[in-house]
Design a protein around this ligand. Structure first.
Ligand code: FES
Length: 127
């Protein structure tokens, strides 16, 4: 599974919007550092957070078990599935929020914004 990732910090720093259809196109054009934007491969069934760490990236996390929102990502395109019960409300999941420590991609391609733990609804779930 090919995952294109983008750091929410870069979204804010560039004055981009999460709902922007052109968001990832803008990120590609901006020539961001590899830790802020790029692509990684996740084997089926593997967790997104671990796959990012295997590539040497330092994505936020705390509990690694679905009990906080420190590792939250926003799925912009594609689909992920979480393997254990977790703190996210149905509403957050419906908005595309997933937890990367217990979340695995289930579509062939995935676009995610990581580091979204400070978004409304997630900040209060942080550990
Ligand atoms: Fe706490 Fe993922 S690190 S839910």
């Amino acid at each position: 599974v090919y995952v294109e990732y983008l750091d929410y910090e870069a979204v804010v720093a560039n004055g981009w919007e999460l709902g922007d259809d052109e968001l990832f196109r803008k990120a590609r054009r901006a020539g961001l550092d590899e830790d802020a934007h790029g692509e990684l491969t996740v084997e089926p069934g593997d967790y997104l957070l671990e796959a990012a760490e295997d590539e040497g990236f330092d994505w936020p996390f705390s509990c690694r078990g679905g009990a906080c929102a420190n590792c939250a990502v926003l799925v912009v395109d594609g689909e992920m599935e979480m393997t254990v019960d977790n703190v996210l409300s149905d509403d957050l999941v419906a908005q595309g929020i997933q937890l990367s420590c217990i979340g695995t991609p289930v579509s062939d391609d995935l676009k995610v914004v990581f580091n979204v733990k400070d978004l409304p609804g997630l900040e209060e779930l942080q550990l």
